[in-house]
Design a protein. Structure first.
Length: 656
């Protein structure tokens, strides 16, 4: 995670290349939003010879009222990696339909995906107008599964007899009104007519059983185990089928302070945690909201969007939160900021989204290029579909934790390459929202209370802050041997605070702790988080004042594989107290402390919560600063770590 101060970072020039595309493009799992492709407009760009490529989402057309899939009955000839019997084709096909039905059964979404036949493809899946479910993958395929789609990147008018995939067989018929296999040859024909860019034509879902790097798939809950290369097929399939109808990944990997499970569309699965693995069979509100937003019931008088028996209009359940995200340092709209709608009463993450409307410069050979933030980023707009309720709206950077921009979308990557993903997590606080805020954690409620209503104008401005982060890249997490009451501490020298603030008054906004859990279903809860004073004794030990702390949070809830902020109650008065103590010589250093909670520890691994560790082992990484300490005796003695920098930081800001 890049922790910058208040100065902009260097910009990437137009030489940065993202990808290559043609008339048809395959989109893979980049739900917090849409899988993205581009729409070619024909307009010139600042790069001579290039044309504008708007970044857009992909969708199935409503004329594909049923999205038909064929099960490939030709299995990969390479034996299963664990030596266990492979699922029968019938069992796999039934599991796939059950996984499709997780989405089909949403009463507010008209998506309808069905296993309607079989194919005997001895090769690999590809663009052939057959939506294929297959266990055949290429030799270098290393993922559990993937769901590539092929879609148009220009608006197209299809006429009778068009051969879209170039196999000599017509793929368009004027005799039909919905997508279907007219000639019973296994592929799907589309009705003649106009189709917008982003229309999906073909989707294949492939599952990896290669001997060298593949997985054993199971279908019975009782068979889900802690063997990491043994995977529940329904869990994986539900996720991949989200991609199949256009949903991107989300960063929602911890639903609340008591529920460590993730949304189905989070990009990673913990195959060593049965509880987490099985939870992936069930759609989260985030997943349901986005599927319903893209394919809303009640959105048409006829066709798939028309209300039928058992259907519920999207607008009777969901409303929208809309606004924009602006970068408080760069003074520009942010592409790819993660915006979160959290239930104000329960603390549950209900839905998330990403900001920004973007475009790229496309070369004649299909390369996609960046020009400048002003040109590539059109706005920082976002939309989040949410059930009716009262919400806190928060924003965080897509900075690699818990997932990287490349796991999400082109838009997130654009913001990342331009250095925009360098801000701290904060809440929208209404009229007080600004680049410099007295209390960035203070949330103003956003209410969505009328059927189909929208709460608009929720504009977030990222804060101009300085993080005193004396660490580099994360190399490890730990420690496995820390028992109840074990203490981690990081010293922030008073001289460092004085050097950053230059004698001016300042706010002490928060401490940030990078936390982690072995089991993804578990929430990293700590006995307490502490900001206090102390000093380095110069002999490899430190004295830390735990009796008179400046701030304490008991039962501190961390974030799985991310930085968890400990927001201080009154940043202004705390800043004044710290400045006074530094100026008067009564404060030598501040210490950030985490205490391991009482056992037994939850989860199948029964492990304590962990912290991020910078081991200084990467070339050009930062040295070991000697600012990290541990205590195994309740704080009576703190011993300096000579091996790691603990990944804790103190967040300061100027006064508003």
């Amino acid at each position: 995670m890049r922790l910058h101060g208040q100065s902009p970072v260097p910009r990437t020039t137009a030489a940065a290349t993202l990808a290559a595309l043609a008339l048809l493009v395959a989109s893979t799992g980049w739900a917090g939003g849409a899988l993205e492709t581009v729409k070619l407009t024909g307009n010139p760009t600042p790069i001579p010879g290039h044309q504008e490529a708007l970044v857009i989402g992909i969708r199935w057309d409503a004329r594909c009222d049923v999205i038909r899939y064929s099960m490939n009955t030709t299995l990969d000839p390479v034996p299963n990696p664990l030596g266990a019997p492979f699922l029968s084709v019938a069992a796999a096909s039934a599991a796939f339909q059950d996984s499709f039905d997780s989405w089909n059964d949403l009463t507010t979404s008209y998506i309808d995906m069905q296993v309607t036949g079989t194919t005997a493809n001895a090769g690999l899946a590809g663009f052939d107008m057959v939506n294929e479910l297959t266990f055949r993958t290429s030799a270098g395929f290393g993922a559990i599964a993937s769901s590539p789609s092929t879609s148009f990147i220009v608006d197209v008018n299809l006429v009778h007899g068009d051969d879209i995939d170039g196999d000599g067989d017509p793929d368009v018929s004027a005799a039909i009104a919905t997508c279907q296999d007219v000639d019973s040859d296994g592929d799907v024909e589309f009705p003649a007519g106009s189709y917008p860019a982003g229309t999906i034509l073909d989707n294949d879902v492939q599952y990896n059983t290669k001997a060298s790097n593949g997985f054993r798939f199971t279908v019975n809950p009782a068979d889900v185990d802690t063997v990491t290369r043994s995977v529940d097929l329904l869990t994986v399939a539900v996720h991949e089928f989200g991609h199949s109808h256009g949903l991107s990944h989300t960063l929602s990997n911890q639903i609340s302070g008591t529920d460590g499970t993730s949304a189905v569309m989070f990009p990673f699965i913990d195959t060593g945690d049965p509880a987490s693995e099985l939870a992936g069979r069930v759609l989260d509100t985030d997943d349901a909201a986005w599927s319903s937003f893209f394919y809303p019931e009640g959105s048409a008088a006829s066709g798939p969007g028309a209300l039928g028996p058992g259907d519920v209009a999207f607008g009777s359940v969901f409303g929208l939160i809309q606004g924009n995200v602006h970068h408080g340092v760069f003074d520009e709209p942010v592409a790819g900021a993660h915006v979160i709608a959290r239930n104000r009463t329960t603390g549950e993450v209900m839905s998330t989204g990403f900001s920004g409307t973007t475009r790229l410069s496309r070369s004649a050979t299909g390369g996609l290029f960046l020009v400048s933030p002003d040109w590539n980023i059109l706005d920082g707009a976002y939309t989040i579909p949410v059930p009716r309720g009262k919400y806190d709206v928060l924003v965080e950077a897509v900075d690699g934790l818990p997932a990287a921009s490349g796991n999400i979308s082109l838009t997130c990557q654009i913001g990342d390459i331009f250095g925009q993903q360098n801000f701290r997590e904060e809440a929208w606080n209404g009229a007080e929202e600004a680049a410099v805020e007295a209390k960035p954690s203070q949330a103003t409620p956003v209410v969505v209370n009328a059927s189909g209503s929208s709460s608009t104008g929720i504009g977030l401005v990222t804060n101009r802050q300085t993080a005193l982060a004396n660490f580099g890249n994360r190399n490890f997490v730990g420690f496995t041997g820390s028992g109840p009451g074990f203490l981690y501490a990081v010293r922030v020298p008073g001289s460092q605070i004085a050097a950053v603030t230059g004698g001016a008054e300042f706010l002490v906004h928060a401490a940030e702790f990078q936390t982690f859990v072995t089991d993804a279903s578990v929430v990293p809860v700590w006995a307490k988080a502490v900001l206090t004073t102390g000093q380095d004794n110069g002999d490899g030990t430190a004295t830390v004042d735990l009796a008179s702390p400046l701030e304490v949070a008991s039962g501190f809830v961390g974030q799985d594989n991310d930085f968890a902020p400990f927001y201080f109650f009154n940043p202004d008065s705390l800043g004044q107290a710290v400045k006074s103590g530094l100026d008067g010589g009564t404060i030598d250093s501040l210490f950030l402390v985490l205490e391991v909670p009482a056992g037994p520890f939850p989860g199948v691994s029964a492990a304590p919560p962990f912290i991020g560790l910078d081991g200084g082992v990467v070339p050009n990484d930062v040295p070991i600063h000697g600012l990290s300490f541990t205590s195994s005796d309740g704080g009576a003695t703190f011993v300096q770590s000579t091996t790691f920098n603990f990944m804790f930081s103190l967040v300061l800001s100027e006064k508003p």
